[in-house]
Design a protein around this ligand. Sequence first.
Ligand SMILES: [Cu+2]
Length: 157
Amino acid sequence: MRAVLLAPALVSALFVAGCSGQDAEIPKTTAEGVQVLEPRMVLPIVKDSPGAVYFNLVNDSDKAKKVMSIDVAGTDMAMIHDTIETGGRSSMQMAQNVVVPAHGSMAFAPGGRHVMVTGIKGEIKAGVNTVLKINFDDGDVFAAPIPVIPPAAAAGN
Ligand SMILES: [Cu+2]
């Protein structure tokens, strides 16, 4: 988490420096056999609304991997949500017990389980990369750069 007391200009400078330095701010991945396919962060249509991060989380290791938390650089908070349909209405709730089986995968996709991000910083614009970090309960970490795309590009996904 970025310190909230930093002046906005300084935060901006730090972020840009991290971006242009390629991989500079990307933590080391320690989760062997874990990868994400088609990762992307979709910006909200309305500024200052939550955005969403989608990917397919693949676990090619011999043991189940439980996701404890997710961090997305340049946002205040990332939550794992499930989409619930009740009586024709769609709502969301925090996902519990997010476990990817050994040699299995789990989809984070529109209309289903997804990562919702709030407090999106101004630097996070369409066309840049941000960093997705997945923290597992055994202490393993997966981290990778992911593209940020505008809401229009996500339509039809
Ligand atoms: Cu949500």
